[in-house]
Design a protein around this ligand. Structure first.
Ligand code: FES
Length: 325
């Protein structure tokens, strides 16, 4: 990768809302090989934080490629875009994008004896890392199934390539079609807790999958999730107050903002990375008050202790939190 930029070399309209974008090195050099599940972090003009998009590898040949000529990403245009997806949807061939080094926080597990087929469950644009996992599993001759769900059939992306890649292992679901609508409870009922689950999609799907799998005896190590959107407001979210004990600042967190965003607006410089409650980088000690944990990072004991919080996504059950920040 030349410096930290990539050139847009091709754009495909996958669905009315999803574009697939091919990115190459501006000087034509080969790119770094990436394991499935990796994402690129883009620096978007006018958008304070980085936008992460998984690299889509749809063929086993690409997966095995030691020096790929291009990366593909797929971007859904979000109606509530804060600039990221809207920017990506106005790109033209020949534009360049600033990027940070690729990262992988959603890697595939190493093969285990007697594990059974790996189960990939994608909701909406969450298909991107799971398509790459399907390609990697297929290349390694490891059994898998891919369940891909969207609101309607015309919002499913890359269907022909997925069919070619997965064959009978691909199961397509559409919410508006009672015959194919995904029933997570029924699906998990057909699986064994020795099988690894990978879930990527909206928060509601991930939360439901974790709850159902945990109920049915899945150990945490076999449930792998990646949230595809940042902290979203939930119905009934209330404003609350945060005191930052070290600086003495008292901040009001409105219902539609996170603690992290309010701290940034107030000129603080909090640590963060994923902004989705997955990495743990933004964790802060709680001195008073009760957090409303919404992350995927803490274990049950840490959650129950109410002593720490991920400020990028979690909120407060009490009217006030005092943080060691
Ligand atoms: S920034 Fe990753 S958990 Fe908050």
């Amino acid at each position: 990768m030349s410096g930290s930029s990539l050139l847009v070399s091709e754009i495909r309209a996958e669905t009315p809302l999803i574009r697939r974008i091919r990115l190459v090195d501006p000087a034509g050099k080969p790119l770094a090989p990436l394991a499935s599940g990796a994402h690129l972090q883009f620096l978007i003009p006018g958008v304070a934080d980085r936008r992460c998009y998984s690299v889509v590898q749809l063929t086993t040949a690409e997966t095995a490629e030691p020096a790929p000529a291009a990366y593909w990403i797929a971007v859904r245009h979000e109606e509530a875009s804060r600039g990221g997806s809207a920017y990506m949807h106005q790109l033209k061939v020949g534009d360049t994008l600033a990027v940070n080094e690729p990262r992988n926080e959603f890697p595939l597990h190493a093969p285990e004896a007697g594990e059974g087929p790996t189960v990939l469950i994608a909701g909406g644009i969450g298909i991107t890392p799971l398509a790459s996992h399907a390609a990697a599993l297929s290349a390694a001759h490891r059994p898998f199934v891919l369940h891909y769900s969207s609101r309607s059939r015309d919002q499913l992306a890359m269907v022909h390539e997925l069919q070619a890649l997965c064959g009978d292992a691909l199961h397509l679901h559409a919410d508006d079609d009672p015959a194919t609508r995904m029933d997570l409870a029924a699906l998990l009922g057909t699986l064994r807790p020795t099988q690894h689950l990978y879930v990527c999609g909206p928060k509601g799907m991930i939360d439901a999958a974790i709850a159902l799998a945990t109920e049915r005896g899945w150990p945490k190590e076999r449930i792998h999730v990646e949230l595809f959107v940042e902290a979203a407001t939930q119905l009934g979210d209330q404003p609350f107050e945060v005191e930052l004990r070290q600086s003495g600042q008292v901040l009001q967190v409105p219902a539609d903002k996170t603690i992290l965003e309010v701290m940034e607006d107030a000129g603080c410089d909090p640590l963060f990375d994923c902004r989705r409650g997955e990495c743990g980088v933004c964790q802060v000690d709680v001195l008073e008050g009760v957090p409303d944990h919404r992350d995927y990072y803490l274990n049950d004991a840490e959650r129950a202790s109410n002593k720490v919080i991920q400020i990028c996504i979690s909120r407060a059950r009490s009217a006030r939190l005092v943080l060691d920040a």
